[in-house]
Design a protein around this ligand. Structure first.
Ligand SMILES: [Zn+2]
Length: 265
């Protein structure tokens, strides 16, 4: 966000997976040194931070020294990929906690509890760019990976090994339905008869197949994944929102492009 004549106020996701508000002095570039601005969504930066002020319990940091560590090359030139990146950033800033780096006795940068959020941010941006360079896979695969990896890293992924009601082990042919408030999947035996029809189960079966596969899939092996349907992406996203107590209408702006009108209102 532009601030003053040449400053930018923004949010940073730190390596520890938490976020801070920051003012970049001269962040908009230009000035006497005609510096170009390298402050972009999805860029990896090395920054010297100092605390600026606390207002109404909000802490703002400041920096006048930063350098670029990594930048995406293709995402900026593809509107769909750029919208994906906006969606990633929007979701990550909603789930990341505020950090206080100068809190006395805090060992915040060595606190590893939330670093999975940073891992998802950096991998999803890198491979979004990579998949554009290689032109091999659909961008929907990247969105699928982003949602599943985030669910796993936050410990919210649906339980898929046993039925949430009776404990029987699940396979693709015995899986019933994903049940949001039970945090997992049922077997077909435990489904009410109205849900047993094949077309109702098919989305849950597809999710089962993806979750099982992505559970032990390295990000770099994304080419092994089939292209997911928008219905599957919408279901995973709504499941995520349910468990992180987030209103999915907040991201309404992206809904059509990402989920093709499949979000249930
Ligand atoms: Zn069961």
């Amino acid at each position: 966000m532009p601030y003053g004549e040449r400053d930018i106020i923004g949010e940073l996701l730190l390596r520890n997976g938490k976020k801070v508000g920051i003012r970049f002095f001269g962040g908009r570039g230009g000035g006497k040194k005609r510096k170009s601005s390298i402050l972009e969504l999805g860029h990896l930066l090395s920054i010297e931070l100092a605390k600026e002020k606390i207002r109404k319990r909000e802490i703002l940091y400041k920096s006048s020294e930063w350098s670029l560590t990594w930048a995406h090359k293709c995402v900026r030139h593809n509107y769909k990929a750029y919208t994906f990146l906006l969606f990633y950033c929007d979701l990550l800033r909603t789930v990341a906690l505020e950090d206080d780096l100068f809190l006395e006795g805090s060992s915040s940068m060595v606190d590893r509890e939330h670093e999975g959020i940073f891992r998802v941010a950096s991998n999803s941006t890198f491979y979004l760019d990579q998949s554009l360079k290689e032109e091999k896979t659909s961008l929907e695969v990247q969105l699928l990976l982003f949602l599943c990896k985030l669910l796993f890293e936050m410990g919210l992924a649906p339980r898929f090994k046993e039925c949430v009601y009776c404990g029987r082990s699940l396979t693709l042919s015995t899986v019933g339905k994903i049940i949001y408030d039970q945090g997992g999947m049922t077997c077909i035996e435990c489904l009410e008869s109205s849900f047993k029809r094949e077309h109702i189960r098919s989305i849950s079966q597809e999710i089962f197949r993806f979750i099982e596969k992505i559970w032990c899939l390295k990000y770099s092996d994304y080419e092994q994944l089939r292209v997911p349907s928008k219905k599957v992406l919408a279901e995973l996203y709504q499941y995520f929102c349910f468990h992180s107590q987030m209103n999915f209408n907040k991201q309404k702006y992206y809904a059509d492009l990402l989920f093709g009108g499949n979000l249930k209102h």
